[in-house]
Design a protein around this ligand. Structure first.
Ligand SMILES: Cc1cc2nc3c(=O)[nH]c(=O)nc-3n(C[C@H](O)[C@H](O)[C@H](O)COP(=O)(O)OP(=O)(O)OC[C@H]3O[C@@H](n4cnc5c(N)ncnc54)[C@H](O)[C@@H]3O)c2cc1C
Length: 589
């Protein structure tokens, strides 16, 4: 079973992602390493001892819908209660509303552990935290006063309602309606699909954040507003009032994360004889809802990236344990001792080391993104703008690369288990099933790659990404001049990978400047992997410089996997024409 890798997480936070220098610079006020270690240790204990044991029953029994009410699997409601009683929901919430305002870095590290233990559990609070951030930034004082403290403590949970049957990646097509009621409130009508924890038994009230259109709204995404719609109306004294006109009409049957209810939500259909129209309150300004929702989505994208890291970690642990137990064949260094544990075979070692390296890289990228978010929050002027650019650049990497890694690593985990990996008993298959959703929700990974190329490469007049590449190159130089043994060809190979990245970046920026957007977007997905691989190689090297015990993995990656950047660069630079030609002739009907 999963054991939270607290030391590894603490090391990556401090020595790779920048937490140590941030602590020393006073970025986090009087927060010290002792408290960081204590929080990580306790979060790890809770994930290992309390959440992980309920994974299997969650996967096997799933959430159940009856008469518009959803029941979560046995023990899950009590688990949630213990979790909020431990103050975990409030970890990074605003202090004014009872939160602990701890850094995002610490929040995502804890999130990784909850999700490794059970991704179907980790996804719920992620949405609540996103709702807290959106309300804190955009809601009126009255709404904040009424809802924030209970969302921060976790007494109530939040949801995010964007998707409709005809509006998934493309929110221009959104149809849900909001009509002003004349008393400052609105009546919401429409159907939302795939709403995570849209209905459940964890909390007495559920606070839905819903995108909808006002009657006179402009077409497209400029005409979308954001509304707060509680399941139960809240009285002035904070007690629960009447049931609002919103209900869950269906639960999806899914490939994975079975314990997380994925709901069809109906707004304004006269539930239980109510006068039709779900009562909602505007968040932020009319027609500016998408910008408010983006506050929530950026947070959620990093959080979903953590799910990729989390599943990859859990799958790696499981596979390493199995490979040390399962015996097949002979191995040279096991001669005379009978059948060798499969971990002695080079091909199995390759799989396991690939799993470990990819997991570490995804973790380093995601924590670095969190670090940039934390720095941007306290920095001023130009420094703040630079950190914001960094967070914006790394968000699509954290989301898309990490969740691709989640699937890739979970798949390798099944492979290491052989036939038993395909059998549910070992749990390897369940992780693979869970991992598969993360590249899809919160903006598909294809959309993330488009965002990276079209919106993030131009940041800072196109200079920010080169500034970042320069920082990665400095790590190569540090490896070269360190004279530390064991890095092998790390510096040369990293140099080459960074040159691939530099060339591909300039090529794409040139296409964008010439208005050849389609050609640039054709290379978006390979480019996202290319930049993630090159950055990942540098992060592993940084870890190796700080701790010699980490050099072996860094060298393995540099000498076995990093060469992929060359093929990715070729694809970015030379692949668009053949893609367009074959796309037209072979698959379009
Ligand atoms: C388990 C689960 C939980 C979810 N939870 C929530 C939730 O809580 N709240 C919520 O609002 N939604 C939620 N969703 C919805 C999810 O965010 C969407 O499924 C996702 O955004 C993709 O939309 P779609 O399914 O309509 O796919 P589509 O948009 O139809 O995309 C299909 C494919 O086409 C590609 N594609 C689409 N447009 C473009 C383009 N312009 N350029 C290039 N490629 C493109 C996509 O990358 C994808 O591969 C959830 C979904 C699932 C399955």
């Amino acid at each position: 079973m999963y054991r939270a890798p607290v030391e590894d997480i603490a090391f990556t936070l401090k020595h790779v992602a920048g937490m140590k220098s941030a602590l020393e610079a006073g970025t986090f006020g009087d927060l010290g390493e002792d408290l960081v270690d204590a929080v990580l240790g306790e979060a790890g204990r809770f994930a290992t001892e309390e959440v992980a044991p309920l994974y299997k029953i969650g996967d096997e029994q799933g959430a159940v819908l009856k008469d518009a009410a959803v029941t979560t699997p046995p023990g899950w409601k009590e688990l949630y209660r213990r979790w909020i009683d431990g103050g975990w929901n409030a970890l990074s919430g605003p202090e004014e509303y009872g939160g602990q305002a701890l850094p995002t870095m610490l929040g995502v590290a804890a999130l990784e552990m909850w999700n490794s233990a059970a991704m179907a559990f980790g996804i719920g609070p992620t949405l609540t935290m996103g709702a807290v951030e959106a309300l804190d930034k955009h809601a009126s004082r009255e709404l904040k006063a009424k809802y924030l403290a209970k969302l921060v403590s976790g007494e109530w949970m939040g949801t995010m309602n964007l998707t409709e049957p005809q509006a998934g990646s493309d929110l221009n097509a959104l149809r849900a309606r909001a009509e002003p009621a004349g008393d400052g409130t609105y009546r919401i009508f429409g159907q939302k699909i795939f709403i995570t924890y849209g209905e459940h038994d964890f909390t007495d009230n559920i606070i839905h954040l819903v995108l909808a259109r006002l009657p006179d709204a402009p077409a497209g995404t400029r005409g979308i507003s954001l509304f707060l719609v509680p399941k139960f109306l809240v009285e002035e004294d904070g007690s629960l009032g009447a049931r609002n006109d919103v209900f869950c009409s269906g639960l999806e049957h899914k490939l994975g994360i079975h314990a997380s209810p994925t709901c069809t939500m109906i707004y304004g259909d006269g539930f239980q004889g109510a006068k039709p129209g779900a009562i909602g309150w505007l968040i932020g300004e009319e027609n500016k809802g998408l910008a408010c929702m983006f506050t929530m989505m950026n947070n959620a994208r990093l959080a979903v990236g953590m799910q990729g890291v989390a599943v990859a970690e859990a799958a790696t642990q499981k596979a390493i344990a199995y490979a040390n137990e399962r015996r097949q064949g002979n191995a040279a260094d096991y001669a005379g001792m009978g059948m060798a544990p499969i971990v002695r075979h080079p091909d199995v070692q390759r799989n396991l080391l690939t799993m470990r390296a990819l997991t570490q890289i995804a973790r380093a990228i995601s924590y670095s993104c969190a670090h940039a978010i934390d720095r941007a929050r306290v920095a001023e002027g130009e420094a703040a703008a630079n950190w914001r650019d960094r967070a914006n650049l790394l968000t699509p990497l954290a989301k898309a690369f990490s969740t691709d890694v989640g699937v890739e690593v979970a798949s390798l985990g099944v492979q290491v288990h052989g036939g038993m990996g395909f059998i549910e008993e070992t749990g390897a298959a369940a992780l693979y099933r869970d991992a598969r959703i993360a590249p899809i929700y919160e903006g598909t990974n294809g959309i993330q790659a488009i965002d990276l190329v079209s919106r993030k490469l131009p940041l800072g007049g196109g200079e920010h990404v080169h500034f970042y590449i320069g920082e990665l190159k400095a790590v190569t130089d540090a490896v070269r001049t360190s004279n530390i043994e064991g890095f092998g060809r790390t510096a040369e190979n990293l140099d080459r990978a960074l040159a691939d990245l530099d060339e591909a970046t300039r090529f794409l920026q040139g296409l964008l400047a010439n208005g050849q957007t389609d050609a640039a977007l054709a290379g978006a997905t390979p480019y996202l992997r290319l930049i993630s691989f090159a950055a990942g190689g540098a992060y592993l090297a940084q870890g190796g410089l700080a701790d010699r015990g980490r050099i072996a993995l860094c060298r393995f990656f540099a000498e076995n996997l990093l060469g992929e950047t060359h093929a990715l660069k070729e694809c970015v630079i030379k692949g668009a024409e053949s893609l367009a030609a074959a796309g037209k002739s072979l698959i379009s009907t």
